[in-house]
Design a protein around this ligand. Structure first.
Ligand code: GUN
Length: 238
């Protein structure tokens, strides 16, 4: 959240942060969302997940005005992504696509394997790769013979949340490896879902953790926020 706030400052985007106590009730949170939905100086709303156990995540996401949903988590925006006609793209998968594009890597016709099926990363990531004409396989914790699948990948996106889960011997020679994982190890250091040292020996291109996908996620949040400002202004003028 600190990095998101700082990025807003750097971009000249006005922001308000509500660091609510863990005891905040669902009703209080819904009230705040309602206030922000109706506040004309606010273009985008983001509730940092996870929320405490006594709060229902789905109820909270559904309460955000889809036009201000810069995370693209609201079912209206999720549906639009599925159809392929969208204003907002979830920030992490959007960051991954931007890295691929900026590196001059073509997705069309490539074997793309996404490891992880979360609503935040895995599922929308698969959709975005599909929109770019990749052949997409989504793997998860119940996938049998996972290494067999990951070794097929020309583009491998790891988003499982398990430290060093993908090893070098699970990667095809020359593959593009994008590590979405941010895991804190016992020694306090951050590591990804990919075992970097063994993976970089086989990969054609690989993102580090930290410093790979993370900064891209925040950049994409800024992009969605600017889009939201445009969308909401248009809406008000209608
Ligand atoms: N928690 C982990 N990733 C995210 C994200 O992209 N958005 C929000 N709101 N919470 C998160």
């Amino acid at each position: 959240m600190r990095n998101k706030e700082r990025a807003c400052e750097e971009c000249g985007i006005y922001s308000e942060k509500y660091a609510l106590p863990v005891t905040t009730s669902q009703e209080e949170l819904l009230e705040l969302i309602n206030t922000l939905n109706n506040k004309s100086s606010i273009s985008g709303i983001l509730v940092q997940l996870p929320v405490p156990e006594h709060i229902d995540e789905e109820t909270i996401i559904n309460a955000i005005d889809p036009k201000k949903d810069v995370d693209a988590f609201h079912p209206v925006n999720v549906g639009k992504i599925m159809v392929g006609n969208y204003d907002f793209v979830p920030c992490t998968p959007a960051g991954v696509m931007e890295l691929i594009k900026e590196s001059g890597i073509e997705v069309k016709g490539k074997e793309c394997v996404v490891v992880g099926r979360s609503n935040i990363v895995g599922k929308p990531q698969a959709m975005l790769l599909l929109h770019q004409n990749g052949t997409v396989t989504v793997c998860h914790s119940k996938t049998k013979n996972l290494a067999e699948k990951t070794r097929q990948a020309d583009i491998l996106v790891a988003a499982v949340g398990i430290p060093n889960f993908i090893k070098g011997d699970m990667i095809k020679d020359g593959a593009v490896v994008i590590d979405v994982g941010i895991n804190r190890m016992e020694n306090g250091k951050l590591c990804g879902d990919v075992e970097f040292d063994s993976a970089e020996k086989v990969a054609g291109a690989i993102t580090p953790v930290p410093g790979g996908v993370g900064p891209m996620t925040i950049a994409m949040l800024m992009k969605n926020t600017v889009k939201a400002a445009i969308v909401n202004k248009t809406h008000k003028e209608e």
